[in-house]
Each structure stands twice: as C-alpha cells, then as structure tokens.
Design a protein around this ligand. Structure first.
Ligand code: ADP
Ligand code: MG
Ligand code: ZN
Length: 484
C-alpha cells in the first residue's frame, strides 16, 4: 500500500483598515478649505504647514461625522477620548508627526453584517491626512529625478475604520468594503471614491491550515484603489503566502504594495510596531468629553441605511434581492423610489421602470436621478396612465419617458400634444384587426392551428397600423374573437 501525502488546505484570514476622507468644508485643525481641485499649496496655513508655535483647533464637524459613522456601524461611542502624536519622518508630513488617536479611539466594538455574517469592527479613530508627493520626471528604468510636495491635503480629516480579522475570502472583503462605502455615502460623511483616494483600503492578509485556531503571520497590502484590485491583491497575496509556506519558508510581517500592472504584491517596508511611532498624548489639544445628548442628536440624523433597506425592500415591496440592490446602491434613487410608492404607484412596476428604462437613460446621458427633470409625482402619474389604459407601456417608454426625464414635461401634456392616447375603441380596432388577419392568410392558418408564437406578429401589425397606440389587451381579445 502506498502512503498518500495529504495536501494541506488553507483558510484565508483578512482584516481591513479603511481610511475615509471626511466631507467637511475645512481641515481638521485649521480653517483651510478642503478642496481637491485647487492649485498645489494654495490651501495651506501655518497650522497645516506645521510651523513652530502654532496651535491646532479641532473641527467639531469631524467629531460629529466620526460619531455618526460609529453609530451606523453599531459601535460604542467613547465618552472620553483624546488625540495622540504619532511620530515619523516623511517629506509629506511637515510637522514630523501626525495627530491621530492611539489608545482611546472615539468609537469601538461595532459590527457590520455582510450577507448574514457579522464582521466585527474593532475601532474607529480620527486623524489628519498627510500631504501628497508627486514624483516628477519618472521613468520605469531610472525612477524619479525629483519629487514635489503638495500640502493642500495636509490636515484633511480622516477616520480609520479597523475591522477584526473576521473576513475569510477576497470576495467577502469586497462585499464588506462595498457595504461600508455605501453606508459612508448614505451618511454623507465621505465620497467613497477609491480611485480618487477619498476611501483607501489597507488589506491585512494571512493564511492558516484549515482547523487551526491560531492566526498566521499577516502582511498588510497598501495601494488598493478599486474593488477589483482588492480582490486581485488579496488573491495574489494568498498565493504568494501559500508558496512560501509549502516550500518550507515562513511569512515575514511586512507592508506590501499592490502593483496594478503585474497583479502582484511587492515588499514596501518591514512592519513598524507601535513603539516605533513613540505615541504620546497630544499636548496642544484638550481631551474630548462627548455628551450623551450630542450623541442622541447625531443619532437622529442617521437615515435608513442601505443594509436596512436591503432587508426591508423584498418584504415591503416584493422585490428580489437583485432589484433591491440596484435601487439601494444610490441613496437618491432609493429615496426617489420610495417617494413614487408613497404616491400610490405599484411597487414592482415602479422598480422595473427605475431599474430598466430610467437607469438606461441615466447611463446614456451620464447623469443621475437628482439631475433628471422627472419628479416622483411625474413617474407615479405616468404609471397611473398606463394602469388606467390611457396609454400603453411601449408608447410610455418610447414616446414619453425621454421627454419626462429630459424636460420634465407632464405626461398628460405629452400625451395630448403628440396624440398618444391609447385606442381603446373596440369597433375602431376591430376593422384594423380584421384587415391584418385577412391580408396574411399563411400566418392566419398557423394561428388557427394553435401556433401561438405567430400572435405577436399580428399584434405588431395592428400596432403599426395604429401608430403604436392600440391597446394590446383589446387587440388580443379581438384576435381571439375573430379567429373563432
Ligand atoms: P496594527 O496596529 O499594527 O496595524 P492591528 O492589530 O491594529 O495592527 O491590526 C490591523 C489590522 O490587521 C486589523 O484590521 C486586524 O483585523 C488585522 N489583523 C490582525 N491580525 C491579523 C491576521 N493574523 N491576519 C489577517 N489580518 C489580521
Ligand atoms: Mg494599523
Ligand atoms: Zn491650514
């Protein structure tokens, strides 16, 4: 008997650190505007340039946004917290330290449910962003000739949302990050734009043999700037770690960079420990006392969140989860949809219209529901006209919707102007149906023999005759009557 060498199966363990740039008007510790389109080094002042002798003043809105996010992610908001200095030297950090929060983050112990599974959130803390280095004159072979620094971003408020290592696959990491982004957008605290860096994900990855109860050594991957690269980076890092372990090596804890072109992660620096940063309490800022009343006031401003809507839509509106997902993705679209339903429209029909022709229009015109002229009332009215049989579905889609979305003209007006009212006069339609049946004897024979597929041809012919205005229900009834 030959011994079969058992192949080890591994489990992936992932924890995400997400930096979200907050949508405040001004920076976290000075009154410089947060404005990303500005000329380099124009939104700066002695405070964010780290001049000697200046004092930071905390932007209250930053704290409010951090609390709002924490509440939405089921965290406990710490009543007492403080800021700390994290020291490191880098040309984009003019003070040579970053004001952050170390051992007393503003929010702790939250969670997010992703496809029914709970991913715990360890902490959320506030900190300031660094400036931006622009490596000029670079080419692949020789690197940069020189670098420039833009301090406009210095002092932009960030929150860092740290998950527990509860995530078990690249796909799950993506789902978590997508839901997180959606929530940040609903809360209106962050743009959530990965490509532009207003939301940045650092992915901590380790592997362990299935069944093992201890974690493996992790690597942190930076520079992941799309959901697609989140998946690619994680999968390639898992493969790299497997190869090392299978060949008898061990993983060294380090920070790695994802390279978009090669699809691989490369070593960036060995992992720094907390003591490398020589944290100490920021002496220029007083500790924060957060009142229960303020927390309650902020709680009041939290809208129904996408994860809550996702559970409610199928229940209340009979949508499937795919339909719900499309509507919920954009908060404005979801709210538009709910407004249409409140006006009495059929929930399923309204969803189909928004997901189908309305979304197609928005894609084609590169716009969104807020920038379309159509109001919820106008869509509800349009659906009402179809339901009453005043116009047919096809006419509504091809002749009315575009004008409704583009110009905001009421459907009633368009119907009158273009003479689109559905022909429901049975005797008028009967003539048309008769003619069509008589002039197509071959097809008529098929239909009489029960070949129902041919029916669409006759309905189409009648539509052609009537400029698309015939009521399809009546045409079908007349066909039945006349072929008996
Ligand atoms: P640091 O402060 O050095 O960044 P943390 O303990 O705060 O380290 O963890 C950072 C992130 O790494 C968290 O999201 C956490 O979930 C994740 N993490 C910790 N241990 C592991 C591990 N063994 N494998 C994967 N991720 C991990
Ligand atoms: Mg960290
Ligand atoms: Zn400033």
């Amino acid at each position: 008997m030959t011994a079969i060498k058992s192949k080890t199966e591994y489990e992936t363990v992932i924890g995400l650190e997400v930096h979200a740039q907050l949508k405040t008007k001004t920076k976290i510790f000075c009154s410089c505007p947060v404005d990303f389109g500005a000329e380099p080094n124009t939104n700066v002042c002695p405070v964010c340039l780290g001049m000697p002798g200046v004092l930071p003043v905390l932007n209250r809105q930053v704290v409010a946004y951090a609390i709002k996010t924490g509440l939405a992610l089921n965290c406990t908001v710490t009543k007492h917290c403080k800021f700390d200095r994290k020291q490191y030297f880098y040309p984009d950090l003019p003070k040579n330290y970053q004001i952050s929060q170390y051992d007393q983050p503003i929010c702790e112990n939250g969670y997010l449910e992703v496809s029914g599974k709970r991913i715990e959130i360890q902490r959320i803390h506030m900190e300031e962003d660094a400036g931006k280095l622009v490596h000029a004159g670079s080419d692949r072979l020789h690197g940069s000739d020189y670098s420039l620094v833009d301090y406009n971003r210095t002092g932009t408020p960030l929150i860092e949302i740290v998950s527990m290592p509860d995530i078990r696959s690249a796909e799950e990491a993506k789902e978590y990050a997508q839901l997180l982004r959606s929530i940040l957008r609903y809360l209106d605290v962050c743009d959530g734009n990965l490509e532009e860096g207003s939301m940045r994900c650092d992915v901590n990855v380790s592997i362990r043999p299935i069944g093992s109860t201890t974690f493996g050594t992790r690597c942190e991957i930076k520079n992941v700037n799309s959901f697609k690269s989140l998946i690619r980076a994680t999968e390639s890092e898992v493969e790299r770690q497997k190869e090392i372990i299978e060949s008898g090596g061990r993983i060294i804890q380090e920070t790695r960079l994802f390279e978009e072109n090669s699809g691989k992660t490369v070593s960036m620096r060995s992992k720094e420990e907390a003591h490398d940063y020589r944290y100490f309490p920021e002496p220029d800022l007083v500790p924060l006392e957060i009142s229960a009343q303020w927390i309650n006031e902020i709680k009041e401003t939290i809208p129904e969140l996408p994860n809550q809507k996702k559970l409610r839509y199928p229940k209340d509106y009979g949508l499937n989860s795919e339909e719900a997902k499309v509507l919920i993705e954009d908060r404005n679209l979801a709210e538009f949809y709910e407004a249409v339903i409140r006006l009495g429209a059929n929930a399923k029909k309204a969803a189909n219209w928004l997901i189908g022709p309305v979304t197609a229009y928005m894609k084609e015109h590169k716009t969104d529901i807020l920038n379309c002229c159509m109001t919820p009332k106008q869509l509800a009215d349009l659906l009402g006209f179809i339901e009453k049989g005043a116009i047919n579905d096809n006419i509504a889609k091809t002749e009315i919707l575009e004008e409704l979305l583009g110009q905001g003209t009421d459907s009633e007006e368009i119907i009158k102007q273009k003479g689109l009212a559905q022909i429901t006069d049975t005797s008028a339609l009967k003539e048309a149906v008769k003619e069509v049946l008589e002039s197509n004897p071959t097809q008529l024979k098929d239909l009489k023999e029960g070949k129902e597929k041919i029916r669409g041809f006759f309905v189409g012919q009648v539509m052609k005759k009537t400029g698309g205005k015939a009521s399809p229900q009546i045409v079908n009834a007349l066909i039945d009557e006349l072929i008996k």
